[in-house]
Design a protein around this ligand. Structure first.
Ligand code: GDP
Length: 302
């Protein structure tokens, strides 16, 4: 339900093809596929994927494999589902058996990092996990206050910097040690997100990852990058850069409720080969949903 309502703007974009498919006949093929191409591009599926989908359908229509509007629609959904599941496997969190599991949340400021961390804490706590938050965004003073509000809201403990000059890596290292010593199941580490073009942010993220690895051999179980869904395809270069530097294991795409560019989910998975693990479809505490490719496809195509 949340996914379905969250993707309503993208669904509206794509609905233009529905009537055409309803009255489809073979002579309309070019017209229908042109409209579909336009709708996919406007929804930010990206040119590469759009062409792939449209040409696959054209081939199957012309060879007689698809004989009705309904069959075309089903084939379209199947194409998108395949694109998502082929490359974006392991959409569930991989937390392993060792305690505590450590999740680092990375991404540029404003994308929804802190909010997503709070919502994730809420979700995992409801599943019975003992959660510790770590306020690793030591650069932006308000970030720590914001996370403290989430800690209170979700009833989780939090580790914050003891002084203004504390390094992010030492806050995270302290939190992971506490997590290990006090039997926490999951430590959720917030990190800084000042502009990604600033090289020192990348250095900081590397040192955070190393600091966690000194306490927990193997380092964080998951490094989740939060990407602002309203930026659509523009998120790709940013995602690539973070992935090259820190090795992103999963994506959280936020604010998909506020955008008609939901097709970017497909292009991001296809371009990066990194699974989308969660989608943010609202500001409420329950609005972080595990990414389910099938629910997504059914939400964007009625
Ligand atoms: P950060 O700087 O990356 O930590 O970003 P914040 O967590 O502070 O989020 C920035 C803004 O985006 C806040 O106003 C959030 O409420 C809002 N936000 C985050 N996720 C979502 C989402 O999935 N949907 C909507 N509509 N707003 C969101």
């Amino acid at each position: 339900e949340k996914i379905f309502s969250g993707f309503s703007k993208t669904r509206n974009n794509l609905a233009v093809i529905d009537e055409l498919l309803l009255y489809w006949n073979l002579a309309d093929t070019d017209k229908v596929l042109d409209e579909l191409e336009e709708a996919l591009l406007v929804s930010d599926f990206g040119p590469k994927i759009t062409i792939k989908i449209v040409e696959n359908l054209r081939e199957d229509i012309l060879s007689g494999k698809l004989k009705s509007g309904n069959e075309i629609k089903e084939a379209l959904k199947k194409n998108v589902l395949e694109l998502l599941t082929r490359k974006g496997s392991k959409t569930e969190l991989q937390l392993g058996f060792r305690k505590p599991a450590v999740i680092m949340i990375v991404g540029v400021n404003g994308g929804g990092k802190t909010t997503s961390l709070g919502k994730l804490a809420f979700r995992l706590k409801n599943e019975g996990a003992k959660i510790l938050m770590a306020a690793g965004d030591t650069f932006r003073a308000a970030a720590s206050d914001q996370l403290e509000i989430w800690a209170e809201r979700t009833g989780c403990e939090i580790v914050v910097a003891e002084s203004e000059k504390a390094k992010a890596s030492s806050v995270l290292s302290q939190a992971v040690r506490k997590g290990k010593g006090e039997g926490f199941d999951v430590v959720l580490c917030d990190t800084s997100g000042r502009l990604h073009t600033n090289y020192s942010l990348m250095e900081e993220l590397i040192s955070c990852k190393k600091a966690i690895g000194k306490v927990i051999p193997g380092g964080p179980n998951e490094i989740l990058q939060v990407l602002d869904g309203t930026t659509g395809l523009n998120m790709l270069p940013q995602a690539r850069e973070f992935n090259e530097v820190v090795g992103v294991t999963g994506l959280i795409l936020t604010k998909l409720d506020g955008t008609a560019r939901g097709g970017c989910v497909v292009s991001v998975v296809d371009e990066l080969g990194i699974p989308v693990k969660f989608v943010g479809v609202g500001e409420g505490v329950e609005d972080l949903q595990p990414f389910d490719a099938e629910a997504f496809v059914n939400a964007i195509f009625m």
